[in-house]
Design a protein around this ligand. Structure first.
Ligand code: PEP
Ligand code: MN
Length: 347
């Protein structure tokens, strides 16, 4: 059961709701969002009538949710969640394109990529500065230096920046620079990190773990939502299967399944899902045809020289061609690509 408070509720009314929940032997979990305050009722509440809660002052509505992911479920919010990200909205009719290198490698590399992907139609710039690498001897990312280059790229192109966070110790530093926090596949169940991201009020792009079920992904999203951060974007990025001809196997089913189970925006990462630049455009097209709200794609000006994930990175011109194809599919689906940002300052 989830109790939604009215926008003008008083602290006394909230306290009364909390006490009433406790009086029924249940546990209240209060979540203060920007727009709404919600009390999720934890425990066996299916036999308890909702009338005593509905009658309380300050209560807007009481919803019964059978799914274990309460705030993420469509039962809680039947309409799509649509929210702004610096210049565009995600989750609505518009398809959002996030593009950029796997890792920020140098000022020149990120500025060049940022201008190229914006020119091709990207709405946001990606770039990792804390890289989760299988080997401790591989390039680990530029850290704060990389964030400064990304901020410069944002200043020049107007595009918000999407950066992976791998530990909550990076949060204070990243809050100064980052527009969208990416949680990578390896951290999907880093519950302390998820809780920390529930406390902030910037969007979180949550990637599916490589061996995680759809329900586990939604339970991870629930950690962030329960903290009061309602701006969560889900990302399918391929799962591990017995198939070895691609890096991962794109679970295209996850797109319609997630769209049915949750109101949150759902995007797809065809780069990590396939591991080969050659297959990226096909899977990008499939994602939009399946109903995804956007894509996150790795693009590098010289993939052969990339410090990480060069094999799966598109050249800017291939990305531009992919955007043209995706645009046609979006239109066939009755949707459109979000418009690009106006240049703030030419390099
Ligand atoms: C990345 O986006 O570069 C990345 C590490 O992705 P994932 O967490 O999906 O492997
Ligand atoms: Mn990568």
């Amino acid at each position: 059961m989830v109790i939604v408070m009215k926008s003008n509720y008083t602290p006394q009314q909230l306290e009364e709701v909390v006490k009433t929940v406790q009086a029924h032997g249940l546990t209240p979990h209060v979540s203060h969002g920007v727009e709404t305050t919600i009390v999720a009722v934890i425990g066996e509440c299916h036999t308890i009538p909702s009338d005593p809660f509905e009658a309380l002052e300050g209560v807007e509505s009481v919803k019964r949710i059978s799914q274990p992911f309460k705030l993420a479920s469509r039962q809680f919010l039947p309409e799509n969640s649509v929210f702004p990200i610096d210049g565009f909205r995600i989750g609505g009719e518009e398809i959002v394109l996030i593009a950029g290198p796997c890792s920020v490698e140098s000022r020149d590399q990120i500025l060049k990529t940022a201008h190229a992907v914006r020119q091709a139609g990207a709405n946001a710039l990606r770039g990792g500065v804390f890289k989760p690498r299988t080997s401790p001897y591989s390039f680990q990312g530029l850290g704060e230096e990389g964030l400064e280059y990304l901020a410069e790229a944002r200043q020049q192109t107007g595009m918000p920046i999407v950066v992976e966070i791998t530990s909550q110790t990076q949060l204070d530093l990243m809050l100064k620079y980052v527009d969208v926090f990416q949680v990578g596949a390896r951290n999907m169940q880093n519950f302390n990190l998820l809780r920390a991201l529930g406390e902030i009020r910037k969007p979180v792009l949550l990637k599916r773990g490589m061996s995680a079920t759809i329900e586990e992904l939604l339970m991870s999203a629930e950690y962030i939502l329960a903290g009061g951060n309602h701006h969560v974007i889900l990302c399918e990025r391929g799962i591990r299967t017995f198939e070895s001809s691609t890096r991962n196997t794109t679970d295209i089913n996850a797109i319609p399944v997630l769209k049915r189970l949750t109101h949150l925006p759902v995007i797809l990462d065809p780069s990590h899902a396939t591991g080969h630049a050659e297959y990226v455009p096909a899977i990008a097209r499939a994602a939009i045809a399946a109903g995804a709200d956007g894509l996150i794609v790795e693009v590098h000006p010289d993939p052969a020289k990339a410090f990480s994930d060069g094999k799966q990175s598109l050249k800017p011109e291939t990305f531009a061609e992919m955007v043209r194809q995706v645009k046609a599919i979006a239109e066939a689906m009755g949707r459109r690509i979000a418009p690009v940002h106006s240049l703030v300052q030419v390099a």
